[in-house]
Design a protein around this ligand. Structure first.
Ligand SMILES: *Cc1c(COP(=O)(O)O)cnc(C)c1O
Length: 356
């Protein structure tokens, strides 16, 4: 029987995506070859990447001023590639330090230029989102993490600013309707809400590129990837294909409006249960709770391991905080059925009856 999959990433994928991906490993579109065996410059793969690009633009509702790229290296590579392409040595970029991923992005940006940390939630272990801050007018861009996967907080609005906005959306891309056109650069590793590990989706507004003096290594320069339609070198062919299957699934299910409705159903059920049980405690500020990654703990520290073990015994995987923060975490990405959330809520209730 399939486990209830609360993994934070790589994470749950729709069953039909797994079936289609498995079939394509043996025979891709009945061509007599595996998806793993075809060249990236074939017409076969050309159709895959073209459709994936078009679906991303359609779901994001962005026009030709934005380009979609499929790059290697995971979201962590973007911590470096963003400032390498956008930030000159003597210029300054603004960053929100709302969680460990944002902190890592700041560290990398400092290798290329100066950083204004305009908002930090470090004082309270990143358990809330700093919403009231000002951005110096000379900032080259503002970088923020839309959803803090580890801490379990999420931005529920887009920061107001005149400077180009750069967002790490690795763990909440396509979970809800969102005005993507307001962002100058969006990046996301596919392995949380959009496919398999190995590919990074970067959507960039062309007018922000080419403004710096630094020479950029060819493979790191967004402009080269744009010019080559993401075929500058061999892209992660299979991961791009799994992303395409996932994007098709999102569209077929009803697009972002339906994803948003399900996201709220899952999160409402989980948080409502969490708030009603004395044996458990939420960790983050209520208004900043993540709809994707719910972090919590047991009221009595000695119960934490007990509950985590109980989850395992009941076929639930991934109910564990990130190794850097501990506690418990339930990730509820697009492909997670409401029945899995119901199952863990039922387990929490019976645990509460026994131990609260
Ligand atoms: C997982 C994650 C990353 C790191 O992704 P990698 O693909 O492992 O480099 C970066 N940012 C956020 C918000 C994440 O959730």
């Amino acid at each position: 029987m399939k486990m209830h999959n609360f993994n934070s990433g790589p994470s749950i994928l729709p069953k039909e995506v797994l079936e289609q991906a498995a079939a394509a490993i043996f025979d891709f579109n009945n061509i007599g070859l595996s998806i793993l065996e075809i060249g990236h410059r074939t017409e076969w793969f050309g159709e895959v990447i073209t459709e994936a690009r078009a679906l991303i633009k359609e779901l994001m509702q962005v026009g030709d001023e934005h380009e979609v790229l499929f790059l290697h290296g995971g979201a962590s590579t973007q911590f470096m590639q963003v400032p390498m392409n956008l930030l000159d040595n003597n210029d300054t970029a603004a960053y929100c330090d709302n969680g460990i991923w944002g902190t890592k992005a700041i560290k990398e940006a400092k290798l290329f230029g100066n950083v204004y940390v305009v908002a930090s939630s470090k004082d309270r272990n990143h358990s809330y989102i700093v919403k009231d801050f000002s951005i110096p007018a000379d900032a080259t861009y503002l970088h923020y993490t839309t959803n803090n996967t580890v801490e379990g907080t999420q931005w529920h609005h887009i920061p107001e600013t005149d400077v180009p906005l750069v967002a790490d959306m690795s763990s909440d891309i396509f979970c809800r309707r969102f005005d993507y056109s307001k962002l100058a650069l969006i990046y996301a590793g596919a392995q949380k809400n959009m496919g398999a590990a190995g590919v990074n989706i970067v959507v960039v507004r062309k007018d922000i590129l080419g403004k710096i003096k630094r020479p950029i290594p060819a493979i790191m320069d967004y402009r080269n990837h744009i010019e080559a339609d993401s075929l500058l070198n061999t892209p992660p062919v299979f991961a791009v294909y799994v992303a395409l299957l996932t994007l098709r699934w999102i569209k077929k299910e009803g697009g972002l409006a339906v994803m948003e409705q399900r996201t709220h159903e899952r999160a409402n059920l989980f948080y409502h249960t969490l708030d009603s049980l004395a044996a458990f405690r939420p960790i983050v500020a209520t208004e900043d709770r993540s709809l994707m990654n719910a972090t919590f703990t047991t009221s009595k520290p000695e119960h934490e391991k007990l509950f985590a073990d109980l989850c395992k015994q009941n076929g639930m995987v991934g109910v564990k905080g990130h190794r850097s923060v501990g506690g418990l975490r339930v990730s509820m990405y697009n492909a997670l059925p409401l029945s899995s959330v119901q199952a863990i809520c039922d387990l929490m209730k019976s645990f509460n009856d026994q131990y609260a």
